[in-house]
Design a binder for this molecule. Structure first.
Ligand SMILES: [Cu+2]
Length: 78
């Protein structure tokens, strides 16, 4: 799943966001693209769980639907 986190702006944010998600389930893997403000989460977790955890950490996350090829879709590398 991919999320856009507009208010994730520096390395400190990245570590807070990563910790918040991993705290839900340590088995999931988290990838962050800071320049795009994007969070990629892989594992046994729902979008709502991610959004709730991030909101508790002070960030507003928006799920990016990955249907090919919506206007906001980056599947072809932009
Ligand atoms: Cu920051």
């Amino acid at each position: 799943m991919k999320f856009k986190i507009v208010d994730m702006t520096c390395g400190h944010c990245v570590s807070k966001v990563t910790k918040a998600v991993v705290a839900i389930n340590s088995g999931i893997s988290v990838m962050v693209d800071l320049s795009e403000h994007m969070l990629t989460v892989t594992g046994d977790i729902t979008a709502d769980e991610v959004i709730d955890a991030l909101s508790d950490a002070g960030y507003s996350a928006m799920e990016i639907k990955t249907t090919c090829c919506a206007a906001d879709n980056r599947c072809h590398g932009g």
